[in-house]
Design a binder for this molecule. Structure first.
Ligand code: SF4
Length: 378
């Protein structure tokens, strides 16, 4: 999470998934500014609040942070994170009286990645196991702890702090992403972790540090700063257009299956390039052949509702107001969960969502098609 800006920018643990899959991306990204986003700022505010709450819960000194991003939802989600951490600590205490608990600990993994370090949200050591917990406030991308290079780097950093003091045999990693209802854990032995570090991490980090290796596009391009202009990503996505159609008039089922498999990545890439071209046109007056800037469609709106009501009344119109219920979320917050369920729970329904075709990897349960004769295979 933190570190000297340059080292962090090139070899951040959070970017490890990207530079391990595409080593030259680490150097290519240096041409682009590291722009922050409101999502990143909101994430930082949530981390600060989570850190404070966990410290208070463990009777450690901490001052409550303030941020314009704090909200009821952030309060609730950071409570869930703290609850998870306290549960883990309690469980670990049962088998170890000499527990080490570190919050927001700087972790140095420069033995494996040049100048590499990051910050572990929670590190717990005791009874042969090292626990590393990472809090994620985003909900757009569900992050798994399994074989997650960011977590493995944090674990290596924590191991180098404690392996002289403790006999650590296993590392348990957890990603707590409460807004996505994702609590993902994964365990690996220290021997396997060190083997991965020597055989996979070190060579990739060396390539990344020298700009070597092959460009390789994939889902790891999503947060790459070069993604809009990257040629390797464009080439990979344009492969779809080189499709060799066998039938001149209609696509076969196999061809449709292949196209929808590529369509998600293709549309993300095309969207990124479009956003990039639009930003240049708006901000720098760049002209793109065959395109022009126009104003989007908008809806009319009152400039002053009080003045409108007054003018309508003066003109003799009185039936100008309508009353509506507060939203379900507002009602639940007003009453509290239990009272809400007792009072109006039976009057609330969750309509079925529109049927959507998604990749098999999606976490949602598969459902039957509309016509019963087309049952989904188990
Ligand atoms: S966009 Fe993708 S392929 Fe291009 S440099 Fe970044 S990670 Fe590599």
């Amino acid at each position: 999470m933190s570190g000297s800006s340059n080292a962090h920018a090139v070899y951040s643990a959070s970017g490890a998934h990207r530079w391990m899959n595409c080593p030259p991306s680490a150097q290519l990204e240096q041409q682009f500014p590291n722009e922050t986003s409101t999502f990143a700022e909101e994430g930082t505010a949530a981390h600060d609040l989570a850190e404070h709450k966990l410290k208070k819960a463990l009777k450690m000194r901490s001052r409550k942070p303030t941020s314009e991003y704090q909200s009821d939802e952030m309060d609730e989600m950071t409570d869930l994170y703290v609850e998870y951490c306290l549960g883990l600590i309690e469980k670990s205490k049962m088998s170890c009286s000499d527990l080490q608990i570190l919050i927001e600990q700087k972790l140095d993994f420069s033995d494996y990645v040049p100048e590499g370090f990051g910050t572990g949200d929670l590190v717990v050591v005791g009874n042969g196991t090292l626990h590393v917990v990472d809090f994620k406030y985003g909900r757009g991308v569900i992050v798994s702890a399994e074989k997650n290079p960011q977590m493995m780097l944090y674990a290596l950093g924590a191991l180098s702090l404690f392996d002289m003091l403790y006999d650590i045999k296993n590392v348990s990693m957890a990603i707590v992403q409460p807004r996505a209802d994702n609590f993902s854990t994964w365990e690996i032995s220290v021997d396997e972790l060190l083997e991965w570090a020597e055989e996979q991490l070190k060579p990739k980090a060396l390539l990344a540090s020298t700009g070597g290796g092959e460009f390789c596009a994939g889902d790891h391009c999503r947060f790459c700063r070069a993604k809009n202009q990257c040629r390797a990503r464009a080439v990979k996505n344009l492969e779809l257009l080189k499709f060799e159609f066998q039938d001149p008039s209609l696509l076969t089922e196999e061809e449709v299956a292949e196209i929808i498999g590529l369509a998600d990545e293709l549309s993300k890439w095309a969207g990124d390039v479009y956003t990039y071209a639009t930003a240049l046109a708006i901000n720098e007056g760049r002209q793109w052949d065959g395109f022009k800037l126009v104003e989007g469609r908008t809806r009319r709106k009152y400039t002053d509702e009080v003045a409108v009501a007054e003018a309508a009344k003066v003109a003799g119109y009185t039936d100008i107001f309508k009353q509506s219920l507060i939203t379900i979320t507002e009602m639940e917050k007003l009453m509290g969960k239990k009272k809400f369920n007792d009072t109006v729970g039976s009057l609330v329904e969750k309509p079925k969502g529109k049927l959507t075709l998604v990749p098999e990897t999606d976490k949602r349960q598969a459902v039957a098609p509309i016509h019963a004769e087309f049952q989904v295979e188990e």
